[in-house]
Write a protein that binds this ligand. Structure first.
Ligand code: NAD
Ligand code: UDP
Length: 357
């Protein structure tokens, strides 16, 4: 059985579906602070199989101990974390506590239970403003400009030190580039709280009529058309990368770092044009000053993941945008009211209490 922390979230729910489809038993631990249990109901529907779910916090050591004692867990995919850059600037302690202390609590409980296989959700943000493109895994890590990025780099360093201290650990640090898109069914996808920070969720909400226009942050970058360039990757390709990493951890010890991207960069202007093609109409957008903390460009070298994991992203930009649009147009309010309703369900809290006591 695989424990998936944060498995009700955007990337986690797609990974849970891939795990179920590959025949794994799955236990999800999620406190639903940024997700809905409905996502997992839909995953079960798509897979035709059930997922064990416990509503609870990854920082709760006694709950973790109880989970490891109650379920035959062999490995952990650790997605649980907070990811909003702006919020991390306003509430740094909450970010360090969840993303760093949460990872420490998880590893402590895993070690106590004798489980040493861990796949960690890291980010290309750890490279900072890299002077080298494309970015390989041995490019030096940079100085992330916000507590979110710092917390990912800190967690990576904690995991690296841990693996160096004890040869039983096999840890994958997966550095995601820019995950977008949704499962082709249109049943699961990204459901951001409040005003989206990221480019594609914002474009989707403009297209659906929830926001007036997109603001393009900066047209004076040293890039071919002046707008920022990123390596967008389909969330299903990304999810599949986790299964490959998991397989690989059975063969290698210590820490392994893999970039998960496509190896191709697109500018904001290119994204807008491609998205307009998908929706069949113009997308209202205006040009604004650069967003503080943004870098000009960032795309991956994917050679290491291809050679060592036998994995590469298969889905192109139009598929990413078409799948994202299908999800958004079929679910204009995301998971909608169910998100809040599920989060307060008394039964879920009872599960956490019962397991932890
Ligand atoms: P998400 O917010 O949709 O998923 C995170 C999940 O973790 C949510 O379901 C949330 O409820 C849960 N969670 C948060 N704090 C928790 C806690 N203390 N205990 C238990 N559960 C908790 O985000 P996502 O986009 O699916 O990201 C998953 C992981 O990937 C995160 O660690 C994120 O930092 C990392 N990542 C995301 C991106 C991206 O662009 N989406 C890029 C790089 C890295
Ligand atoms: N971006 C933009 N308008 C938005 C959100 C993002 O122009 O409303 C730009 C941003 O400046 C960057 C690119 O889109 O060049 C991707 O931004 P996102 O926040 O999605 O990813 P990140 O910057 O974290 O890689």
């Amino acid at each position: 059985m695989i424990l998936v922390t944060g498995g009700a979230g955007y990337i986690g729910s797609h990974a849970v579906l891939e795990l179920l489809q590959a025949g794994h038993e799955v236990l999800v631990l999620d406190n639903l602070c940024n997700s809905s249990k409905v996502a997992l109901d839909r995953v079960e529907h798509l897979a035709g199989r059930t997922v064990q779910f416990v509503k609870g916090d990854v920082r709760n050591r006694s709950l973790l101990n109880a989970l490891f004692a109650s379920y035959p867990i062999e490995a952990v995919l650790h997605f649980a974390g907070l990811k909003a850059v702006g919020e991390s600037v306003r509430e740094p302690l909450r970010y360090y506590e969840t993303n760093v202390s949460g990872s420490i609590a998880l590893c402590q409980a895993m070690a106590e239970a004798g489980i040493f296989k861990l796949v960690f959700s890291s980010s290309a943000t750890v490279y900072g403003d890299s002077p080298r493109m494309p970015i390989t895994e041995n490019c030096p890590t940079g100085i992330p400009t916000n507590p979110y990025g710092q917390s990912k780099l800190m967690a990576e360093n904690v995991l690296r030190g841990l693996a160096e201290s004890d040869p039983r650990w096999s840890i994958a640090l997966l550095r995601y580039f820019n995950p977008i898109g949704a499962h082709e069914s249109g049943l699961i996808g990204e459901d951001p709280n409040g005003i989206p920070n990221n480019l594609l969720p914002y474009m989707l909400q403009v297209a659906i009529g929830r926001r007036k226009h997109l603001s393009v942050y900066g047209a004076d970058y040293p890039t071919p058309d002046g707008t920022g360039v990123r390596d967008y990757i389909h969330v299903v390709d990304l999810a599949k990368g986790h299964l490959k990493a998991l397989e690989r951890l059975s063969l290698v010890h210590g820490v392994s770092t893999w970039n998960l991207g496509t190896g191709r960069g697109y500018s904001v202007r290119q994204m807008v044009t491609a998205f307009e093609e998908v929706i069949g109409r113009p997308l209202p957008h205006i040009y604004k000053a650069r967003r503080p903390g943004d870098i000009a460009q960032c795309w991956s070298d994917t050679t290491k993941a291809r050679d060592e994991l036998g994995w590469e992203a298969k889905k192109g930009l139009l598929t990413m945008l078409t799948d994202a649009w299908r999800w958004q147009s079929r679910n204009p309010q995301g998971y909608g009211v169910d998100k809040a309703a599920t989060a307060t369900k008394k039964a879920d809290t009872a599960t956490e209490t019962a397991l932890a006591s």
